[in-house]
Structure formats: structure tokens, C-alpha cells
Write a protein that binds this ligand. Structure first.
Ligand SMILES: C[S@@+](CC[C@H](N)C(=O)[O-])C[C@H]1O[C@@H](n2cnc3c(N)ncnc32)[C@H](O)[C@@H]1O
Length: 222
């Protein structure tokens, strides 16, 4: 397994202006890399945090069948309008995954909503309720335990995540998520994505959160 890859941090797809200030999408080339590596045409691909739908759009372009969940209604409606597999996107909560009766999946690619260790709002309710970092990690463990129930044997699960720098403090989010999800799936190792763009002096890092790179944590359903 290559453990370091360099990708341009670019988005091919234009999104409506109202979503641009919270644009935390995957780059399409990132999704292509992992779908090429871990799936074949006709495979079922799950993204439990659909966001603005990059996994859905790229999976459809590559002849895979996407399924997924998005908590925010405006994002859900935007994706539903633009994808072919309209009934495969659910407006819901990843913590309730097993209620949605999804089919067994061949591959899961997702990036959770992020949380800093001193935040007091729960990112899994779009910050509408109170939360703390310990509860967030516990919810993350529950979410991926549910994912395990619907993954085919020997399938791969990739979680894209970064550590977070803020005000001189680092939240070791990537490592903490790596540790708890390792209790659910077999950890195969990390692939570091070295993100490149034309603006290498971007104040908060090319990826964001103070970093130029992110981690793709690769797990297997053994
Ligand atoms: C980091 S973004 C994912 C971006 C996505 N990979 C893309 O390319 O557009 C995380 C998404 O998870 C959604 N989310 C947060 N809590 C959720 C939950 N409990 N269930 C499902 N989705 C949730 C957020 O609204 C957000 O759109």
C-alpha cells in the first residue's frame, strides 16, 4: 500500500453560493483514487456523512451505486436533485443507520463532522445540542459499529480525517478516531494525502485546520 500520495486540492464541481462558506468537500480526485483502489463497477459504496455529495457524484460517474445519509436538509435536497440514484440518499442521522435498512455494502468512504477537544456543541446534531469531545468519540465509535453491521465481509472502510490546530492547541482528532474505530474494524494503516494547490501560502494550510495534509485511515471488516 502506498502510504503517501500527492493530490491537487481542487473541486471540479461548482456548488450553489449558499454552500460555499462551509465547503468541506472531498476533492473528486481523492474519491476516484479510493474507488479505483477498492471497488469495481456495480459495487455498492456507502458514505454515512454525504455532505455535498462528492462520493455520490463520483461513484455514479464511475458506475458504482452510492448510498448515504446527510443530516442537513438543504444539503440532502441539493444532492437528491442532482444524483441519479435519488432514493439512495437519506435525510437522517448516521447514529440511526440501522433503521434505514440499507443493503450490504462493498466499500465505505466517509469523513465525519469534525470537533475540537474544547468545543461544547455536538457536531453530529449540526451543533444544535450541547456536546463534549468524549461523547463525540463515543458516538463516532457507535456510528462505525453500525457501519460494520452492513458491510460485506473483508470489505474496506476509509475514513478521511485531520488533526486540528486552533489557537496554539492541537486536537489529535485523526489519531483519536483511528484508535476508537480500530476497536470496531481491523486497522490496515494510514495513507497520508499531501495536498497541493497554487496557493501554498494559504493561511490555515492547504487542507485547512492548520495542515497541508490529511489522513485516510484504512480499515477492513475482518
Ligand atoms: C465533512 S462533511 C462531509 C463532506 C463530504 N465528504 C463531501 O465531499 O461533500 C460532514 C457532513 O456530515 C454531516 N453530518 C453531521 N452529523 C451527521 C449525522 N449525525 N448523520 C449524518 N450526517 C451528518 C454534516 O452535515 C456534513 O455535511
Amino acid at each position: 500500500m502506498r502510504t503517501l500520495i500527492t493530490l491537487p486540492h481542487v473541486h471540479r464541481r461548482q456548488i450553489p453560493a449558499k454552500f460555499r462558506k462551509d465547503d468541506n468537500r472531498f476533492s473528486e480526485n481523492f474519491v476516484e483514487f479510493f474507488l479505483d483502489k477498492y471497488t469495481r463497477r456495480g459495487d455498492i459504496v456507502l458514505d454515512i456523512f454525504v455532505g455535498l455529495g462528492t462520493t455520490f457524484f463520483v461513484a455514479e460517474e464511475m458506475g458504482r451505486i452510492p448510498y448515504g445519509i446527510e443530516y442537513l436538509k438543504d444539503r440532502y435536497l441539493y444532492i437528491k436533485e442532482h444524483v441519479k440514484n435519488k432514493n439512495n440518499i437519506i435525510h437522517g442521522d448516521a447514529l440511526k443507520l440501522l433503521e434505514y435498512k440499507l443493503p450490504k455494502c462493498d466499500f465505505c468512504l466517509s469523513s465525519p463532522a469534525y470537533m475540537n477537544k474544547d468545543d461544547t456543541e455536538n457536531p453530529y446534531t449540526a451543533c444544535k445540542t450541547e456536546g463534549n469531545y468524549e461523547q463525540y468519540l463515543e458516538d463516532t465509535r457507535k456510528i462505525y459499529s453500525n457501519v460494520k453491521e452492513i458491510m460485506k465481509p473483508e470489505s474496506y472502510i476509509v475514513i478521511e480525517v485531520s488533526n486540528l490546530k486552533r489557537n496554539g492547541e492541537v486536537t489529535t482528532l485523526a489519531w483519536d478516531i483511528g484508535k476508537i474505530v480500530s476497536e470496531v474494524f481491523h486497522f490496515e494503516g494510514e495513507i497520508i494525502i499531501n495536498w497541493e494547490n497554487d496557493d501554498s501560502e494559504k493561511e490555515n494550510g492547504i487542507y485547512g485546520y492548520g495542515y497541508d495534509h490529511s489522513y485516510s485511515l484504512v480499515f477492513r471488516n475482518k
